[in-house]
Design a protein around this ligand. Structure first.
Ligand code: NAP
Length: 333
């Protein structure tokens, strides 16, 4: 730590509110504990939960920094005394419970992975949050298998662009929903068989038509609200619905007769509040299952835009708007 600065620039949340509350601040450099590494952040990824945190409705879990940022990539510049996986100079990408919007970020060594071969720091920083969310939800909770049909809501989102590619890579047929023609076209380019504009089309009817009345075997939903009832209607018999967000509302009315008649499973999860040990096991599995696909670019993060760290407010405004496709990231000079 001797030749490192004592302080660093971070993007802090001045008060709950709009993008303008994101403010550069000087903070002390984090000191890595036993099994932690300190990373000089080159790029930090944005995710919708960062907006919820900025607005004050998604506080960091106990012990996590108050600085936003759930993923970042950079070089290791210091290691705790018990670190075995990484050395100073290694290029890593990692999943953190907060603290990514900063010049330096510390992370437990088991929650970081080497940057996939041939990947830029921009691409690497855009991997963790969506890949580590999509894998356990689609393949463990919802038990998606080759040959099944998966309905992915929000197909043009960071999560959606990842989910479409991974589901395709593992042999599923993908139907995606998105909010306009450009977003639908992006879903098709990424491998979706069909894309449904949720503003102009009824996804329940369209899924029925596309699947010849079978329905979706798996549904990945980030919308909630009245989508709960509609997802039950769009699901196949023995279908699995996995809830990863509830942007249209956490309270919903539905018809449980449909759930019983079709023998549906409705589950869900959040990643951020899981333990370091859970994330370590998840990262190890994702490294085995997805890093080889990334290394041969069979799946790649879709980058929408990059902004310098100090323009985080503009980056948030774009993430909140209707235009972006895939991931927005912050670069650190
Ligand atoms: N559970 C977890 O562990 C976890 C982890 C990470 C993220 N998430 C959640 O996953 C969601 C996506 O995150 P992100 O960072 O990828 O966000 P994002 O890029 O901002 O995407 C949000 C998406 O929601 C779509 N959407 C909005 N209303 C919709 C509707 N009625 N029907 C279908 N799609 C709709 C939008 O589609 P259009 O732009 O095409 O209109 C947009 O693509 C967020 O809600 C986030 O909180 C959950």
């Amino acid at each position: 730590m001797a030749d490192l600065p004592r302080t660093m620039t971070v993007i802090a949340i001045r008060a709950p509110g709009g993008p303008e509350v994101l403010t550069p601040e000087e903070r002390p450099l984090p000191v890595p504990a036993e099994r932690e590494i300190l990373v000089r952040v080159r790029v930090a990824g944005l995710n919708r939960p960062d907006i919820l945190q900025r607005q004050g409705s998604y506080p960091p879990p106990p012990g996590a920094p108050d600085i936003p940022g759930l993923e970042m990539a950079g070089e290791v510049v210091a290691v705790g005394p018990a670190v075995t996986r990484f050395r100073i100079g290694d290029a890593v990408t990692g999943l953190v419970p907060g603290g990514g919007y900063a010049e330096f970020c510390k992370i437990h060594e088991t929650n970081a992975l080497p940057v996939p071969r041939g990947f830029s720091m921009i691409e690497a920083a855009a991997i963790p949050e969506t890949y580590f969310t999509v894998w356990p939800n689609l393949f463990e909770r919802a038990r998606l298998v080759a040959g099944e049909t998966v309905l992915i809501h929000g197909g043009a989102s960071g999560i959606g662009t990842t989910a479409i590619q991974i589901a395709r890579a593992f042999g599923a047929r993908v139907i995606a929903t998105a909010g306009n023609a450009a977003h639908c076209a992006a879903c098709l380019r990424l491998g979706a068989q069909s894309a449904i504009d949720y503003h102009t089309e009824d996804f329940v009817a369209r899924v029925g038509e596309i699947t010849g009345g079978h329905g979706a075997d798996v549904i990945l939903d980030m919308v909630g609200g009245d989508y709960v009832r509609r997802n039950y209607a769009a699901a196949a018999e023995d279908g699995r619905i996995v809830q990863i967000a509830v942007s249209a509302g956490a309270l919903a009315e539905t018809d449980f007769h449909v759930l019983m008649r079709k023998r549906l499973t409705h589950t869900g999860s959040t990643l951020r509040n899981r333990s370091i040990a859970f994330k370590a096991a998840l990262l190890a599995e994702v490294e085995t299952k997805l890093w080889p696909l990334l290394a041969r670019r069979a799946v790649v993060p879709v980058i929408d835009t990059t902004f310098p760290l100090e323009r985080a407010a503009e980056a948030h405004a774009r993430l909140e708007g209707p235009s972006h496709i895939g991931k927005i990231v912050l670069t650190v000079a």
